[in-house]
Every structure is written in structure tokens, then in C-alpha cells.
Design a protein around this ligand. Structure first.
Ligand code: SF4
Length: 507
């Protein structure tokens, strides 16, 4: 067998989870240059940049959602693919045990987390045979927030604000614009899209994801698709969605388009949306021993250039310091755009906790407290716990529950990403509460704001879904929905819809 194969896979997984490739770093650097200093998007990008550097320096997960591990592997004839797949599964379990991956594999019927990232369909492993002697393994770690922003269109179709999309490249252009607009900040923009024109529904999505294995700075060999990619990138940042949907100029850092033949009756456009935490690397292995001969998408002889030149996120002096528990008057004094620094206790709660709270009392009193939409990576550390990664998760999933939870238990603030809808906005106004946006993906940055993990409740839901009791210090967030009926998310969506309509016709 290949004695070094397991170690090579473990190295690939850990490196992919913790160190963004140079093409993504370069794209994010130019996104940073596009946002004027002092704007909410610029502040968000400063936190993201600091987070990227922290993750690489400390070998910590860039984002707490370490995604669905997706391997694309090419092997020579005669390779034992079944053995390789088993070694990869063992490497995934080991990386999870070391806290480099979050336990992310959940039984879809029972809701039980397998705890080691293994289970039916997890990880995803695709093999292909090629004529070369060596082995190539490419890995994509794509999280759930951006996966939920994928979109598939069946043309012809009528698209909101864009009108009719026909079965031609102009129709494809409209689909891509629509998918990116629809994602707003929920997929942790600025993002990148892989697109497939044609295929059937299943292959269309797969081929769209394969486009994400292209380097962001490559040029499509098909001149027609290269032109379309350039056209999209040349206009889409005018939409004004901006970083995390805060408004601004950095909405998309990459657009890669492929095509498959289709049935005459079908014309699908599949869009795979990836977030700024675009974790994708690859290796070429020697066929004799499975050792790494070459890295793909990175050159280890050129150390990564730091993302931040100076201080990263810095205080302006205008930040509002909040200490939990918080009273109503303090909350009512906050307005959209304020930057707050939270100290004291906050409690994580995502899908399982919210569903639990609809039928049960909370395990700790939540009056005056803050719920944090977060599924962290936490490791057992003696009798206590060690926080490994703690960024926000997409809040929109809690929209059916959040208003009632706020009103029933006196919650004063909810932290998350991507914003929430009309029901939550009404509850914030009625109860005197705010929605605070943390910066999606900034898992290392926020983990450093956690002074201690004081405890955990509802551990039966698994690590990401349990309610963690976190003692935090100077945890920065932006008020994006206040108690006076204002929502930055609603404003940006409406303004970007007008700009989207302006892009409906192009020469
Ligand atoms: S950066 Fe955002 S969308 Fe991407 S994996 Fe992390 S939480 Fe999910």
C-alpha cells in the first residue's frame, strides 16, 4: 500500500481548513482596496483579514463551519480506490478529533450528529481514472451558509427585477446576477460562484462545484465563457450588496463558468455559491508511497503574504460598550450602524435550541441576555472546554422561531449573520431588542473574544447545536436591525434590487 497516504490526506485537510490559498487572499486584498475606510464593509473586511492571518498562524479553522469535505481524486489504472477512500475517512475523523474540522455530519432522520464527520454521504469522494502514474487529490471545504445560497434555474424563466431569462448566454448572465443578488450577505459575501450551463439537475450542480476548483485568476479556455465571466465580474460589484450584505463594492471575487450538453427539453443553469472563506487546495502524490510531491493552488516555498499590513480591526472611539445582562433603555438607545463591544455572558443557540425553546423553558434564564447564532468548534480540555472556532451562523433559519423566543423569554439581543426578516423585526420593536451582525466566517477572531466557556446545556444536540455559555470580552458586532423598525438588510436588499433591474439589459 501507500505508507504516506494517510499523513498526506491529514496534511491536506488541516491545511485546507486553516490556510486560505494565495489566489483567494489576493482577491480578498483587492476587495479590501475597494471599500472606503470607515464603512461597515471596510470594518468587516478588516476583521476577516485579521481572522485569515490568525487561522494560518495558529493552525485554527478559518471558519467554524468547516463544511462538507468534498474530494475529487484522479488515480492511475489499478489503484485501490476502496482502500484510499477508507484512509481518507480515517484522516477526516482524526482532523475532527484534533479540532481542525467541526463535527458536521448529522443523521437526516434522527438529527443525531455522528461526532466524527463520518456517515452516509460524508465525506463526498469522487474518483476518476487518468493516464498518469501519480495521484491527484483536490479538496473543497464549503460551508452550509453558502451551500444554502446555491441556486438552480430552468430556462426560460421570469426572474425578479430582471425579467425574462431566455435559453442563451444572456439568460445565463441574468441567472448568475439573480443568484448573487438573492444571496445578499447570507453566504458570507464577498463570494465566488461556480456555474454550470446545461447537464441534468444532479450533474449540473456537480459540474458547477467543479468550477470552484479553478484558480480565481485563471482564464476560461472557452472564449465565449471567458467573456461572460469578465462581463459578470465587471458589473456585479455595482449591485451594492457588499461585504456580509452591509452595502458596498465588494460583492463577488470570482465567477467560473462551465458547460455540459443537455437534453433538448432542458436548459438548467446551476450556481454553486462559495463564501469568502473559499477553502480549496490540492496535492499530487507519488504513486509508490503516497507522499506529497506537489501542492496545488499554493507554493510552500513562497510563504503567504499577511492579509493585514498594520492593526486589523481598530477602535474608533465611537463603539458602544455593552455588558450583559442589558436593560431595555440601553437597547432602545441603539440604532442601525452602531458598533457595539459586548462583555459578559452570551449563550449560543441555533436550529435545535430554537426548536427546543418553542416547547420548553430555557436551561438558563435568558431575561436581558444575548443569544448567539453560532455552532462552535469546542474541544474537551481536562474538566473544562477549549474554544477553537466561534463565528456566527446564518440567522435566517431561525426566522420562524426568533420573534416568539425574544418575546417569551425577554432576550435583549440576538447575534448572527445575514440578517432576519419581518417577524423578527416586529418582535425587536415590540420587546425592545436588537439584531447584531457579527462577521461571518471570522471564527478565530471571535474565539479570541471568548475568555472562558463557563458551561454547556443541551449537549444531547451535539457540539454545534448545544447551548454553550460563553464569557466574552469586547466582542464586536454591528447593529443591523434596531428596536425602532430599521433594518440595514431590508435597505440593502431594496437598493440592490433597483440596481439589479438596471443590469437587466446589456449590450
Ligand atoms: S464563511 Fe460563512 S458561509 Fe462560509 S462556511 Fe463560514 S459561516 Fe458558512
Amino acid at each position: 500500500m501507500l505508507p504516506a497516504f494517510f499523513d498526506s490526506m491529514l496534511d491536506l485537510i488541516i491545511r485546507t481548513s486553516t490556510d486560505l490559498p494565495p489566489d483567494v487572499r489576493a482577491a480578498m486584498k483587492s476587495a479590501m482596496g475597494a471599500e472606503p475606510a470607515g464603512t461597515q464593509s471596510a470594518q468587516a473586511l478588516a476583521i476577516i483579514a485579521e481572522n485569515i492571518d490568525m487561522a494560518a498562524d495558529g493552525e485554527g479553522a478559518i471558519c467554524q463551519d468547516t463544511g462538507m469535505p468534498t474530494f475529487e481524486i484522479k488515480t492511475p489504472a489499478g489503484a485501490n480506490q476502496g482502500w484510499m477512500a477508507q484512509q481518507i475517512r480515517e484522516a477526516i475523523a482524526e482532523a475532527t478529533r484534533r479540532g481542525k474540522l467541526r463535527p458536521n455530519s448529522v443523521d437526516s432522520i434522527t438529527g443525531k450528529n455522528s461526532g466524527n464527520n463520518l456517515g452516509p454521504g460524508t465525506p463526498v469522494i469522487h474518483f476518476e481514472q487518468w493516464d498518469r502514474d501519480d495521484i491527484e487529490v483536490r479538496l473543497l471545504l464549503k460551508g452550509g451558509g453558502c451551500e444554502n445560497c446555491n441556486a438552480q434555474y430552468s430556462l426560460p424563466a421570469d426572474l425578479a427585477h430582471l425579467g425574462r431569462a431566455d435559453r442563451d448566454l444572456e439568460g445565463v448572465r441574468k441567472c448568475i446576477l439573480h443568484a448573487v443578488w438573492q444571496a445578499q450577505g447570507k453566504g458570507c459575501s464577498p463570494g465566488a460562484v461556480g456555474v454550470c450551463i446545461g447537464g441534468d439537475r444532479a450533474n449540473g450542480y456537480h459540474h458547477a462545484k467543479l468550477q470552484l476548483f479553478r484558480s480565481l485568476d485563471d482564464v476560461n479556455p472557452d472564449a465565449r465563457l471567458a467573456e461572460l465571466e469578465a462581463k459578470i465580474l465587471g458589473t456585479i460589484n455595482d449591485l451594492g450588496v457588499g461585504t456580509m450584505g452591509f452595502g458596498g463594492h465588494a460583492t463577488l471575487i470570482g465567477c467560473k463558468i462551465g458547460a455540459l450538453n443537455r437534453l433538448p427539453a432542458c436548459y438548467f443553469v446551476s450556481v454553486a455559491y462559495d463564501c469568502w472563506a473559499f477553502r480549496r487546495l490540492g496535492v499530487v502524490l507519488g504513486a509508490a508511497d503516497g507522499a506529497i510531491k506537489q501542492w496545488l493552488f499554493r507554493d510552500p516555498s513562497h510563504p503567504a503574504i499577511p492579509m493585514i499590513d498594520q492593526a486589523g480591526f481598530t477602535r474608533t472611539g465611537r463603539e458602544v460598550e455593552l455588558r450583559t445582562p442589558i436593560d431595555e433603555a440601553t437597547i432602545r438607545s441603539l440604532k442601525v450602524g452602531d458598533v457595539v463591544l459586548i462583555s459578559g455572558m452570551i449563550y449560543t443557540g441555533r436550529d435545535s435550541v430554537h426548536s427546543h425553546l418553542m416547547k420548553n423553558d430555557p436551561p438558563v434564564p435568558l431575561n436581558g441576555q444575548i443569544i448567539y447564532h453560532c455552532g462552535p468548534v469546542v474541544l474537551k480540555d481536562g474538566d473544562g472546554w477549549k474554544m477553537m472556532a466561534a463565528g456566527p451562523t446564518t440567522s435566517a433559519r431561525e426566522e420562524p422561531y426568533q420573534g416568539e423566543v425574544i418575546k417569551r423569554f425577554g432576550v435583549r439581543a440576538v447575534i448572527g449573520k445575514g440578517g432576519m426578516g419581518a417577524k423578527t423585526l416586529a418582535a425587536l420593536k415590540e420587546s425592545g431588542a436588537v439584531y447584531l451582525s457579527a462577521i461571518g466566517g471570522a471564527a478565530q477572531f471571535y474565539a479570541r473574544c471568548v475568555e472562558n466557556v463557563d458551561g454547556v446545556s443541551l449537549m444531547e444536540f451535539g457540539v454545534p447545536e448545544a447551548m454553550w455559555h460563553l464569557r466574552v470580552r469586547d466582542f464586536p458586532c454591528i447593529v443591523t436591525m434596531d428596536s425602532h423598525g430599521n433594518s440595514l438588510h431590508k435597505e440593502v436588499e431594496a437598493a440592490s434590487a433597483v440596481k439589479l433591474a438596471g443590469l437587466s439589459e446589456m449590450d
